[in-house]
Design a protein. Structure first.
Length: 136
């Protein structure tokens, strides 16, 4: 009899607490908290990706750039080009490829060496192909 009374009292307490503390579907705490803002990564639009050919860029890179640069972060004669677009914009890279002497007057002078100019060697399309290859 005592067990039945205890079970009845616990059931009664549970029912009363449900009635007193229940949350209606439209009044829940979760509904009053605004959702966190959606933060999207910045969209990077790369001109070279739309006009470049990465296969041609790889061949041009091997013929013209590979003797001094690696696509990885490894330092050969000149700095590695891994994550180059985190260090400089595509426009700055184009300037550096075409006429490095202007770049060496700025903050890009990393090793004190002199990169040869490629403005007479590589066309705009060639540079776009190389940049497209570097984006991969």
């Amino acid at each position: 009899m005592r067990k039945a009374f205890i079970i009845l009292m616990l059931s009664f307490i549970a029912m009363i607490s449900f009635i007193l503390f229940r949350c209606e579907p439209d009044k829940t705490v979760v509904d009053t908290i605004p959702p966190p803002p959606v933060i999207e990564p910045p969209k990077m639009i790369h001109v070279a990706m739309s006009i470049g050919d990465s296969d041609k860029g790889r061949k041009l890179f091997l013929m013209n750039c590979r003797c001094c640069h690696e696509k990885s972060a490894r330092l050969v004669v000149a700095p590695g080009l891994e994550n180059i677009f985190l260090r400089m914009s595509e426009t700055n890279l184009r300037t550096l490829i075409k006429d490095p002497s202007t770049a060496y007057k700025t903050r890009w002078n990393l090793n004190g060496g002199q990169m040869p100019p490629f403005k007479d060697v590589l066309s705009e399309q060639d540079i776009s192909d190389i940049i497209c290859f570097l984006y991969e």
